[in-house]
Design a protein around this ligand. Structure first.
Ligand SMILES: NC(=O)c1ccc[n+]([C@@H]2O[C@H](COP(=O)([O-])OP(=O)(O)OC[C@H]3O[C@@H](n4cnc5c(N)ncnc54)[C@H](O)[C@@H]3O)[C@@H](O)[C@H]2O)c1
Length: 287
């Protein structure tokens, strides 16, 4: 069907979150062989949180191929971020790297100002940063973890969007990375799934709020994807079985998720707002 196997991964575990893409085996596939630039995002400026690795890196490269300039916001994975920057530049675009904690409002304000100063405009905001921590029981979710997961996954998207909106105008857009867990639930990722549900409601409500300004707000809800988040969240056995329980019996590669972000940011999606594209290997959760 495609080249995105193996469908099973060697057992591996990274002990710190965010995980490091360079340390993964095999490395995720984040670009395809097409270099065709149709200019769908020509001269647009895109902010991608969590753009150093995983899905965010694949989106950064796909956007660069379409002519967008990129600002990557990430926590601290400097080597991964440099690789993304080089890839974006390889495709003839520009990329700035901004690192810091997205759960800190002042950082988000300053990051948006940095992007505005560098590129003089902002057209696309991709809220894609997240953390997740496996817990078998609700009582094991500490208050600290609960608050931090919400800070990173929800507050960060809120702060970046609130500050970024000052610079968006008619035809611009916001895309939130949610998750299949918002729809299906996940018994071991309760707090994480809650944050993804919040982002789904954020997407729908903000889309309605911004309709008269001509700014569209949509979401992508991936199923399992081979990214650093996986070995940084799950144990070795869970990593080796990752993606086996979906209809395609495999996880996606980041490159298989990225085109949806291009489409949602492009003129072709001009009548689409408040929607979620589900990319999950055939699970019917679209409600
Ligand atoms: N991998 C999957 O199976 C999967 C499935 C559904 C949804 N998602 C979502 O995809 C998105 C991207 O994740 P990924 O799987 O590509 O993993 P990833 O580890 O490559 O990306 C997560 C990113 O979040 C950033 N981040 C984490 N904490 C941060 C903080 N406090 N401040 C700033 N940035 C921070 C990291 O720098 C990292 O780039 C996330 O929203 C995740 O929830 C992933």
């Amino acid at each position: 069907m495609n080249n995105y196997f193996p469908n099973k991964f060697p057992p591996q575990k990274q002990n710190v979150q965010p995980g490091i893409e360079e340390d993964m085996n095999p490395k995720p596939i984040y670009k395809n062989n097409t270099s065709l630039n149709q200019g769908k995002l020509k001269d647009k400026v895109a902010i991608i949180t969590g753009g150093d690795s995983g899905i965010g890196r694949a989106v950064a490269i796909a956007y660069a191929k379409e002519g967008a300039k990129i600002a990557v916001i990430y926590l601290n994975e400097h080597n991964d971020a440099e690789i993304t920057k080089k890839e974006v530049e390889f495709f003839g675009s520009e990329c700035i790297l901004i690192n810091g904690d997205i759960g800190d409002e002042q950082f988000c304000i300053s990051a948006i100002n940095t992007v505005k100063s560098k590129f003089n405009k902002i057209n696309i905001i991709v809220n894609n940063s997240a953390e997740q921590h496996v817990c078998n029981d609700l009582i094991d979710i500490t208050t600290e973890q609960f608050q931090k997961t919400f800070k990173t996954n929800v507050f960060g998207a809120f702060y970046i969007t609130k500050e970024g909106l000052k610079h968006l105008s008619y035809g611009d857009c916001i895309i939130n990375t949610t998750s299949i867990t918002a729809y299906k639930g996940n018994e071991k990722l309760i707090d994480y799934s809650m944050t993804k549900g919040a982002l789904t409601s954020f997407t729908r409500s903000l889309a309605l709020n911004l309709i008269n300004k001509g700014i569209r707000v949509n979401a992508v809800a991936p199923g399992p994807v081979w990214t650093p988040l996986i070995p940084a969240s799950f144990d070795e056995f869970q990593v080796s079985m990752f993606g086996q329980d979906n209809p395609m019996k495999r996880a996606a590669q980041p490159v298989e998720i990225a085109d949806a972000y291009v489409f949602l940011a492009s003129e072709g999606a001009s009548f689409i707002t408040g929607e979620t594209i589900h990319i999950n290997g055939g699970e019917l959760v679209n409600s």
